[in-house]
Design a protein around this ligand. Structure first.
Ligand code: ADP
Ligand code: MG
Length: 259
């Protein structure tokens, strides 16, 4: 199944474009002098293409901030991030928005679906925002991939939580993004729905060569990834390759308080 497992232990130097995402010396400080919160503290990480990475860490360790900086949704206080070979701090707002719409899909814990819109209209919203022509066959394909082929006309409220999350994933995949970022995408799902969602994310890596980075607090979810990175107080403190749920849980117990 894990045919595209990336070799993340390869040489650190290489072409930026071999990495789907890259952060170099990224710090993010909120607040003012004397009341500073250092959400990210000089973080450097390179995520190879076609890999599935889980990010774990205690509540407040900077996981969401890291994803936002990686996606260009937030600006680091210092340091730089890249999506592919595009260095985000070299782009103006318009270029950044276009890059994000074309290259990045984002899945949040809270789905963020628009209640008044049908599944079809929710999923195709990013295409309309990007001004891309609708390819009905592709949209239908994506809906089938997430198991919602017969739900296109439903509204979010008519679906289960797991189905709603799959709508959100279809919306993230419809632009064929290089990178899919999930901030606790399975956090509000039951075990079966979570498993379906994780299988789908795994498929994105194994079958379409996309790159997935997912924040999770669940060792079982993390075990779907190729690599787990552990974040504490805005710093990476360790990694596990080919993770197992038990191994990850054991590691977590040694890293302090988890929410
Ligand atoms: P996590 O996702 O790991 O729970 P976050 O990335 O949300 O952590 O937050 C990291 C730290 O940055 C926390 O201390 C949080 O309170 C702080 N923080 C996050 N966003 C903001 C913000 N917009 N303003 C001020 N502080 C923030
Ligand atoms: Mg968070």
């Amino acid at each position: 199944m894990r045919t595209h497992r990336g070799d993340q232990r390869g040489t650190a130097e290489g072409f930026a474009s071999t990495h789907a995402l890259r952060l170099e010396g990224v710090s993010k400080i909120y607040g003012h002098a004397g009341h500073e919160v250092r959400a990210l503290d000089n973080v450097s990480v390179r995520i190879p293409r076609s890999t599935f990475t889980a990010i774990m860490g205690p509540s407040g360790s900077g996981k969401s901030c890291l994803l936002r900086c990686a996606a260009g949704l937030d600006t680091p206080t210092s340091g730089s991030s890249w999506i592919g070979d595009a260095r985000l701090d070299r782009l103006d707002e318009k270029q950044l928005t276009r890059l994000r719409r074309q290259r990045v899909g984002f899945v949040f814990q809270s789905f963020n679906l628009i209640p008044a819109l049908s599944v079809w209209d929710n999923v195709t919203l990013p295409l309309r925002l990007a001004g891309t022509r609708h390819d009905r066959t592709w949209v239908t394909d994506v809906l089938h991939r997430v198991g919602l082929g017969d739900r296109a006309d439903h509204r979010p409220a008519q679906l289960s939580g797991g189905q709603q999350q799959r709508v959100a994933i279809a919306r993230a995949l419809v632009t064929r993004p290089d990178v899919v970022l999930g901030d606790e995408p399975t956090g509000s799902l039951d075990t079966i729905m979570a498993r379906q969602t994780l299988d789908l994310l795994r498929t994105c890596v194994d079958e379409t060569g996309q790159t997935v980075v997912m924040v999770t607090h669940d060792p079982v979810a993390a075990s779907f990834a190729d690599t787990v990175l552990f974040l504490v107080d805005g710093c990476f403190v360790g990694r596990t390759d080919a993770p197992t749920a038990d191994g990850v849980a054991e590691r977590m117990t040694r890293l302090g308080a988890w929410a």
